[in-house]
Ligand binder design. Structure first.
Ligand code: SAM
Length: 316
């Protein structure tokens, strides 16, 4: 597949910078797929995310210290996410070829704001994929700390502890991440668009589980025979390495490779404006696609570069 000539300087590179400053520099209608996992706006994990801010866990002004990142609830988080992601999505819309897909991971809590931003930028929401997993830490908190702070006699506190021993803050174990499947409106029919731009269809030769038709539920770990049969994306075991990479929200390589193969042809250009440890870039390269990665954080850019360098597959 021929790439847009004005993209030459961008191909197979990772750019360190704010996505909202870098994206406007990319040529219009030049990218085949945007696959990304943006900041979820759950307190410190926002557009100003840094490892230091994420690691700093004490909230001095609050009664509860050591609240893990992502735990603080504030009603304006969704509104802030929407306003910021609308601007991001408008840029993604401009850069994508007609019919190009925009896959965006989201959090179950603020997903609705994310997809509204994508839709308001002009995208057609075609589906929601669910990435299911079982390995997850429950985040619900016990009430012991709060009971201790009540102005009560010791005996009353003990009674309350006993009564509320199993009651916790309203969070069950989180076991899925939604992935919004949006599409820039195609030009003409799907076929006309595909013949002209090389995007806009799904490749159903890409199979999951025991040679099954691709589904909108995805697993990357074996869970149970019947589920694995329909939804398991095979792990690229030997390639999932990458010396010394560390990112708090790294996505499975197998999942990204699956989404890339499903929605693009070889030689296509895959952009991730929130690259983190470089999963999308590595997945694109493993599947013989070009990548363009952006991340605000120099530490993550370095991790992503190292990860790509330590992978044995050649660049284009
Ligand atoms: C959820 S993580 C992506 C993780 C990635 N999928 C992986 O597998 O490693 C989001 C990334 O967005 C980056 N980020 C946050 N705000 C940004 C901005 N305004 N522009 C570019 N990158 C940003 C963060 O540094 C973080 O690495």
């Amino acid at each position: 597949m021929k790439t847009h000539p004005a993209l030459d300087a961008w191909l197979d590179r990772i750019i360190c910078g704010d996505a909202l400053e870098v994206l406007p520099q990319l040529p219009a209608e030049s990218v085949d797929l945007v696959l990304t996992d943006p900041p979820y706006f759950l307190d410190k994990l926002d557009e100003r995310w840094t490892p230091e801010r994420v690691a700093r866990r004490a909230y001095k002004s609050q009664t509860v210290f050591h609240l893990p990142p992502g735990m603080k609830f504030a009603p304006d988080q969704g509104r802030r996410m929407y306003e910021w992601y609308l601007r991001v999505s408008q840029q993604v819309y401009r850069i994508l070829k007609p019919g190009g897909f925009f896959f965006s991971f989201g959090s179950p809590r603020l997903y609705h704001r994310m997809v509204c931003a994508m839709e308001d930028a002009g995208f057609h929401l075609r589906d929601t994929f669910l990435w299911l997993y079982t390995q997850s830490q429950p985040k619900a908190m016990s009430l012991n700390h709060f009971i201790e702070r009540l102005d009560l006699e010791e005996e009353q506190k003990q009674a309350l502890h006993a009564k509320l021993a199993k009651w916790k803050t309203p969070q069950v174990k989180s076991c899925f991440e939604p992935i919004a499947v949006a599409q820039k409106p195609p030009e003409g029919t799907f076929l006309e668009n595909f013949l002209k731009h090389g995007v806009g269809l799904f490749n159903t030769a890409v199979r999951v589980g025991l040679n099954m038709f691709p589904a909108n539920v995805l697993l990357v770990e074996g869970v149970e025979e019947a589920l694995d049969k329909y939804f398991l994306v095979p792990k690229p075991t030997s390639r999932e390495r990458g010396a010394g990479y560390l990112h708090p929200t790294a996505k499975p390589l197998a999942l990204c490779e699956h989404l890339i193969e499903l929605s693009t042809v070889e030689g296509a250009v895959v952009l991730d404006p929130f690259l983190g440890s470089g999963t999308t870039a590595l997945a694109a390269r493993n599947r013989k696609r070009h990548f363009i990665g952006i991340d605000l954080n120099p530490e993550y850019v370095e991790i992503a570069q190292r990860r790509l360098e330590s992978s044995s597959l050649p660049l284009f």
